[in-house]
Design a protein around this ligand. Structure first.
Ligand code: ADP
Length: 504
């Protein structure tokens, strides 16, 4: 059963039950009230007549029996044309009756006589074959505890009954119309309220069919629950679309990046095969052939290493994206880490430039600073910045490390006097695979992943990496980390592990 139908049924049933209960209550109250009023009025009139009769005969039963004809009987029909009365003796014989009754007999009720004999009043209703309704009210004539007879009053209640029947009809009609209307309005409202859900389903179906993640739900009412669901659905689609696009871009980048080293490896392997197949060494001199052989193998090895490193870096980024990369949080003396990196940079200069004194490595301001984080990962970030400074600075340049601990932030900067980065490119260098000069970066063994990994690690520590640079003058990369204070231990941010959050 659809939610729409279920809602409509519930709504209609609830309203129906309420209306029926209301109608029954109104009808019962009205009937009871009308009955009470009719009976009160009949009793009053009957008692008045009885009192008048008793006063006239002054309690003399014999006189009453013998001369009932002389008893003045009030003309009750004067009060209302629909009322008549009669006088009975204690045996139930009619002694006298008001003129408007003619000789129509007043119907008899089995309970009446026994009650009158017991000195009690009695009332009953009856309906004639023609549909006229009457109330018969009987009052005993008691004198000194002795039953002398009774006064019977008959009153037409047809009008009251007709009015009641009319009310009943209106109530039934009103209730039925209300229930039907409620069902129609309920179905309409449910349809309107749930329409966005249909749209969501259709959109989801369209996406499944066409694989077009660009579809969105047109939201008209942001405030309603379903409107919010649609908005959330749209946001989710935005995110999925961004993720898909990022993934597509990544696959494109990765295949492109892997193709270059693979081509080199393939070329070298073919060369080696040709050399091996030709017994004369392809007409080359033996030493030359040996050199070529070694050179090819070196290239194969270098490219394999590059691929290996790229795949590890990609794995790390993928783990960061999926939230699976955990880092250990512990107090870290950043000044010590910086000194280690400073020393390592000398070896990096030798590696990249061929001699250790190709660049001057300096230490600038060096505050003491403690942060909470993963020592190895933070070191990895600084080594990456140092490596870049060395790679992108010409011989004779200067690389300066400094550490400042101010205003709750530990700032570690690596400044170089290298080639610099243009303002437009500064915004892009933290994206994976982005390199200002592909050839140069490749030549240095770079893949364009270093800074994006470094930025992720910084963010996972609640920090960031910023860059200031000028083309041809140099660049300064700064790692910002929140300083660790002793009372940080109580801070809710003091997690034992933190996960590197993914941002596509
Ligand atoms: P790569 O492996 O290419 O060094 P990175 O992600 O570390 O990758 O850096 C991305 C790009 O940013 C580099 O290719 C380079 O163009 C630029 N870059 C990074 N550091 C520096 C620097 N200190 N001076 C000039 N350019 C830099």
């Amino acid at each position: 059963m659809t939610i729409r139908l279920r809602l409509t049924l519930w709504y209609t049933a609830l309203l129906g039950v309420t209306l029926i209960l209301f109608s029954v209550t109104v009808y019962s109250a009205l009937t009871a009230n009308l009955r009470f009023q009719l009976e009160q009025s009949a009793a009053l009139q009957a008692r008045n007549i009885a009192a008048a009769v008793i006063q006239q005969i002054q309690g003399d039963v014999v006189v009453f029996r013998n001369s009932a004809d002389n008893v003045f009987f009030p003309q009750v029909e004067l009060f209302a044309s629909s009322v008549g009365a009669q006088l009975l003796d204690s045996d139930g014989k009619v002694l006298k009756r008001s003129e408007n009754l003619g000789d129509i007999p007043i119907p008899y009720h089995a309970d009446t006589m026994p009650r009158i004999l017991a000195g009690e009043e009695d009332r009953f209703y009856y309906v004639t074959n023609e549909g006229a309704a009457f109330l018969v009210y009987t009052v005993p004539l008691m004198v000194d505890g002795q039953l002398m007879g009774a006064v019977q009053l008959i009153q037409s209640v047809t009008t009251a009954l007709t009015a009641l029947t009319q009310v009943n009809r209106y109530l039934i009609l009103g209730t039925t119309i209300s229930i039907v209307l409620a069902a129609i309005v309920g179905a309409f409202l449910a349809r309107r309220a749930l329409a966005p859900i249909d749209t969501i389903t259709e959109t989801a179906n369209a996406i499944t069919r066409t694989r077009d993640l660009g579809n969105r739900i047109d939201i008209r009412d942001n405030a309603s629950e379903v409107g919010r669901l649609a908005a959330t659905f749209n946001e989710m689609l935005d995110r999925i679309q961004r993720l898909f696009q990022a993934q597509e871009r990544l696959i494109g980048d990765v295949s492109h990046e892997l193709r270059t080293p693979l081509t080199t490896i393939q070329g070298n392997v073919e060369l080696l095969q040709r050399m091996a197949a030709s017994p004369t060494g392809g007409g080359l001199r033996l030493e030359t052939a040996g050199e070529l052989f070694k050179e090819s193998l070196r290239e194969v090895q270098a490219e394999s290493e590059r691929m290996n490193k790229m795949i590890s870096d990609l794995l790390l980024l993928a783990q960061a994206d999926s939230g699976a990369l955990q880092i250990q949080m512990a107090p870290v003396e950043m000044d010590t880490v910086l000194l280690e990196v400073y020393r390592q940079t000398r070896r990096l200069v030798e590696h990249y430039k061929g001699r250790a004194d190709a660049l001057e490595i300096r230490l600038g301001s060096e505050d003491q600073a403690q942060v909470r984080g993963d020592r190895d990962r933070l070191r990895q970030v600084l080594v990456n910045l140092a490596e870049n400074a060395v790679k992108y600075t010409h011989d004779g340049g200067v690389v300066t490390f400094s550490l400042e601990n101010r205003d709750g932030w530990v700032r570690i900067s690596v400044a170089d006097t290298g080639i610099g980065i243009s303002p437009e490119q500064q915004a892009l260098i933290f994206e994976r695979f982005y390199r200002t000069d592909k050839a140069r970066s490749r030549e240095m063994g770079g893949s364009g992943l270093g800074l994006s990994i470094a930025q992720r690690i910084a963010q996972a520590h609640g920090g960031k990496i910023t860059v200031e640079s000028q083309l041809g003058v140099g660049s300064t990369f700064t790692l910002w980390l929140p300083a660790y204070q002793e009372n940080d231990a109580e801070s809710p941010l003091n997690l034992k592990h933190t996960v590197i959050a993914g941002t596509p």
